[in-house]
Design a protein around this ligand. Structure first.
Ligand code: HEC
Length: 136
């Protein structure tokens, strides 16, 4: 029951994120990482990236606190791994299906070729690097 509601809400959120892609502010394709983050990620992960976005409550697995990615990997921000997770789930053997597969979402947007999709993922990953909590 809760799962069905959560899934429907997630689908709506994703639809809203895709619709947002057509908004003038991000349709140029040269949006900064922060702009892309606010447009596509903040609804779940929060504007601060801490996993407290407005849609966060409907998930069984809470959206991750993205300011602690480096802390989880010995203080080193693993850009390649993060990039794979954002673009397409990486090589995880398990996990939820609640986090959108952004590589696919961006690929379906009109006017975004492979290099534009990669540029978006890269910009987002650079932004994530910039919001990592410093350990000590
Ligand atoms: C529809 C809600 C939703 C949106 C939008 C969303 N995420 Fe997530 N994300 C989740 C959930 C839920 C998890 C935790 C469960 C999982 O890993 O599948 C997660 C996990 C992650 C993780 C893994 C964190 C870890 O500790 O391994 C990363 C990285 C991430 N998201 C980045 C992003 C980025 C970047 C965007 C925007 C391009 C984004 N997310 C947009 C819901 C969302």
């Amino acid at each position: 029951m809760r799962t069905a509601i959560g899934t429907a809400a997630a689908a709506l959120t994703i639809a809203a994120a895709i619709a947002g892609a057509q908004a003038p502010s991000v349709s140029g394709g040269d949006g900064s990482g922060r702009e892309l983050f606010v447009a596509y990620c903040a609804s779940c992960h929060g504007t601060s990236g801490r996993g407290d976005g407005p849609a966060a409550d409907v998930f069984r697995t809470r959206p991750a606190d993205l300011t602690k990615l480096a802390a989880k990997t010995n203080g080193i921000f693993a850009a390649d791994t993060v990039s794979r997770v954002v673009a397409g789930r990486g090589n995880r053997a398990h996990g939820s299906v609640e986090m959108p597969v952004w590589g696919e979402v961006f690929k379906r947007m009109p006017g975004l070729d492979d290099s534009a999709v990669k540029a978006r993922i890269d910009a987002i990953v650079q932004y994530l690097r910039s919001i990592q909590e410093r350990s000590s």
